[in-house]
Unconditional design. Structure first.
Length: 367
């Protein structure tokens, strides 16, 4: 596989290998057969980042080979969305003869949406001045005149300049309902939009008929919280990253969802609060005892759940666990399987043609 060629003819083979690998890993936990969710074979990534290589009067996108560290020229990138591929050559053509915008430019980041919005971030090894900003505004206006809904951001040391704003609004249809998700530049967003929809719909189906309230840890911009709100009386969600919390609050209002509350806390802090170890001013006015959470939802980082959070999670009758690292998921399942049984298992092919697997499990407390 090269950046400009995807082995689409081998997609089924690579997916079958992941299914077999996950099935083997889940044998100790007596898991059911996995629901398998396929990715589009191309144009599945909604964001992409490239270094910029200057060669005489020319310049172009590059990536570095992870093994050899050799640079690889990239003129098209079929893993990324069609919108990103449309903008890549336009950006190079616009920058090639523009000394002001290309001077000491070393990276371009693209963040696109299914709603055809895109943020293009230009990263520099120099100070950005008013002349640069005026020139970039002209480029933005020319792209908009062509019909592109584009935002531009400039970054340099201790500098971030937004010509308009630093977010795009994604619109996804989830379980027959249109959902709006604000996505902020340089913060976490789901990379594969179609797989994201399939994850949300799987989670909705798995929690259909649920009782009581939902507690969610690591909620990000409210991706799962808002979709799952229709299956629960109330949702209480935690997230530590400030931009994600602000996006989540916007998304609650934009989707007219009145039963979701977001608290800016880490999972570890919330665990301490629930256990009475510490008091937090951020919880003032929130009566945790009023929540009747039968279900807890976790989507932790690659490191999985820490021991204290894992202990708290195991106290809930129903656990939904989305994992970007099946190795740490299995580590956590060695603890959780003592009290809970896996009812549903899913494999989401978030990053096709790579070793990476995203998976989900629904666990229910043993009788």
């Amino acid at each position: 596989m090269t950046p400009e060629h995807l082995p689409v003819e081998h997609y089924d083979d690579q997916l079958a290998e992941k299914v077999n690998r996950l099935t083997s890993m889940m044998v100790p936990f007596n898991a059911p057969q996995a629901d398998v969710f396929r990715s589009p074979v191309s144009h599945y990534r909604m964001r992409a980042e490239f270094r910029i290589w200057h060669q005489g009067d020319d310049l172009y996108h590059i990536i570095f080979d992870q093994q050899t560290r050799q640079r690889i020229r990239v003129d098209s990138f079929p893993a990324a969305s069609e919108l990103i591929n449309t903008m890549m050559p336009r950006m190079i053509a616009a920058l090639r003869n523009n000394r002001l915008l290309r001077h000491k430019l070393f990276q371009i980041d693209y963040l696109s949406t299914c709603s055809q919005q895109i943020i293009i971030s230009l990263l520099y090894h120099r100070k950005l001045d008013d002349a640069w900003q005026a020139e970039l505004a002209q480029l933005r206006d020319s792209f908009r005149a062509e019909g592109f809904n584009v935002q531009f951001i400039g970054r340099a040391t201790k500098t971030k300049i937004c010509l308009d704003h630093d977010y795009v609004d994604e619109v996804l249809t989830v379980g027959g309902k249109e959902m709006i998700y604000r996505q902020v530049e340089n913060s976490f967003t789901q990379p594969n939009a179609e797989i994201n929809v399939q994850m949300l719909e799987w989670a909705l189906a798995a929690t259909e008929g649920s009782q009581g309230d939902l507690l969610e840890l690591y909620c990000g911009n409210g991706n799962f919280s808002l979709a799952l709100a229709r299956n629960f009386r109330r949702v209480l969600a935690t997230e530590i990253a400030k931009p994600s919390v602000e996006s989540a609050q916007y998304n609650i209002a934009a989707n007219q969802t009145d039963n979701v509350q977001i608290i800016r806390m880490s999972a570890e802090e919330f665990t301490q609060a629930m256990q009475g170890v510490r008091r937090f001013n951020r919880l003032e006015g929130i009566d945790l005892s009023s929540y009747e959470c039968e279900t807890i939802f976790v989507d932790p980082p690659r490191s999985g759940l820490d021991s204290q959070t894992l202990k708290m999670v195991s106290d809930y009758p129903v656990i939904m666990y989305i994992s970007c690292n099946p190795e740490t998921l299995c580590d956590n399942l060695h603890t959780l399987s003592a009290t809970h049984q896996i009812e549903r298992l899913a494999l989401f092919d978030q990053f096709p043609y790579t070793h990476h697997m995203e998976c989900g499990v629904l666990l229910r407390r043993k009788a």
